[in-house]
Design a protein around this ligand. Structure first.
Ligand SMILES: [Zn+2]
Length: 418
């Protein structure tokens, strides 16, 4: 017989109301929340967890993680020096560490190479290893030379670069290639598709405004995705490409950093979500010379070129009514499991803390398509619950300091990140 457990909350953010409720209690049975309220009369055999010194929230969700690295500095040499097995171990470790930071679900945005994220997800779901629940993206759907093509790490050795290209099932050219790639990824059981459709800041020979798939290739991806019923998101910065993607009926977009007002309106009208990933561009926006000096010269030059537009884009996103998700995309500066940093970036950009909290809970559960299971604290949902000692409404570091975490009714150890 599964026991009853009661959590006494100092304050409660339930993911539904823009307020912190005082002296609430959560009654849990087994894996699920069965009641939320004041002075809930407990059944006889009742274990109590006293979190009266905490603000209690739903388990947080990070919707943009690249879990495949032990250290972000590895990504520049990964293509050549890391095995698939090593990357898989890193994925398992990242999932464990995000859980210890209060993030009970993470959405992996995939990688060019294999990292067996689906195996890690399965092992966590089956209870063999501990970690955040994983929602897993396909390998990048991308073209040669695009931001998703990691063989450019060895571009100075074209023979090696061309040889490695043959290994990647989702990087290629032409509509037929992408029809096949979508069907393959669907077969393997990926939760959603990720298109790398525009240039990036970190890749050397492209530009964030570039469009790296042609219309026939896009159409093949979106038509096939619709046929086999799988959602699509895309890495995109510039308005030109974002407008095109919204026209194709994309479910959501990652980054959107060069947002303009016209495109923001299209997001609002279509209900397309945006995971804006503020923290990786914080050093450019706030002119952090120390952090910028650690980046490659081409990366730095692009950030400088786009600094003004990045600042304006962030303001437009803040002032918009776009449905926002919370995601970190940590592949530089911070480690990939330090999901709490994004809260810092949002609050320091003048975002309403309740908008940030909703993004990291209810909205992200919808983005991950698991809102029937998690994302809010209400009867019937899984008991994914976090506790925080710092003031969530005022302290930008609050989500880097998790005091309590429970996933599906089980309490896990926490790790301080400050
Ligand atoms: Zn990313």
């Amino acid at each position: 017989m599964e026991g009853y457990l009661k959590i006494k909350c100092g304050k409660l953010y339930d993911g539904l109301k823009n307020s912190l409720q005082e002296d609430m209690e959560i009654l849990i049975k087994g894996k699920k929340i069965i009641e939320v309220g004041h002075n809930i009369p407990g059944p006889e055999k009742l274990e109590t967890i006293d979190l009266s010194d905490c603000t209690v929230t739903p388990g947080m969700i990070d919707a943009h993680v690249h879990p495949e690295f032990f250290d972000w500095r590895d990504i520049y040499t990964d293509t050549v020096y890391n095995s698939d097995g090593y990357r898989t171990l890193a994925t398992a470790r990242t999932a464990r560490k995000t859980l210890m930071g209060g993030f009970t679900t993470i959405r992996s945005l995939g990688w060019f190479r294999e990292a067996y994220e689906l195996d890690v997800k399965r092992a966590i779901d089956e209870g063999y290893i501990e970690g955040s629940r994983l929602i897993v993206s396909s390998h990048f759907l991308c073209t040669p030379g695009s931001h998703g093509d990691m063989t450019q790490a060895v571009r100075n050795n074209p023979y090696l670069s061309d040889y490695m290209m043959k290994e990647y099932p989702t990087c290629g050219n032409g509509a037929d290639f992408f029809t096949g790639a979508v069907r393959r990824e669907k077969k393997m059981g990926f939760d959603f598709l990720k298109i790398m459709a525009t240039g990036g800041f970190a890749t050397p020979n492209d530009d964030p405004d570039d469009i790296q798939l042609n219309d026939a290739e896009f159409k093949a991806i979106f038509d096939t995705a619709q046929e086999v019923k799988i959602s699509v998101t895309a890495h995109a910065y510039g308005p030109r490409l974002m407008k095109k993607l919204i026209g194709y009926g994309i479910t959501g977009i990652e980054h959107g950093s060069l947002m303009d007002k016209e495109t923001a309106k299209l997001f609002e009208d279509s209900g397309t979500y945006l995971v804006p990933t503020f923290v990786p561009y914080d050093d450019a926006i706030h002119c952090d010379e120390d952090s910028l000096s650690k980046k490659s010269e081409s990366f730095r030059k692009k950030l400088e070129k786009y600094q003004k537009l990045l600042r304006e884009g962030r303001e437009i996103i803040r002032e918009s009514k776009i449905k926002l998700g919370y995601g970190t995309d940590m592949v530089a500066v911070h480690q990939n499991y330090e999901s709490g940093w994004e809260y810092n970036a949002w609050l320091n950009s003048g975002m309403d803390p309740f908008r940030a909290l909703a993004a990291a809970t209810k909205n992200n559960a919808e983005i991950c398509e698991i809102d029937h299971l998690v994302g809010t604290i209400e009867p019937g949902k899984l008991a994914d619950i976090a506790g925080w000692k710092r003031d969530l409404l005022k302290d930008p570091d609050a989500l880097r300091d998790c005091a309590f975490v429970m996933k599906e009714g089980t309490v896990y150890p926490t790790e301080k990140r400050l």
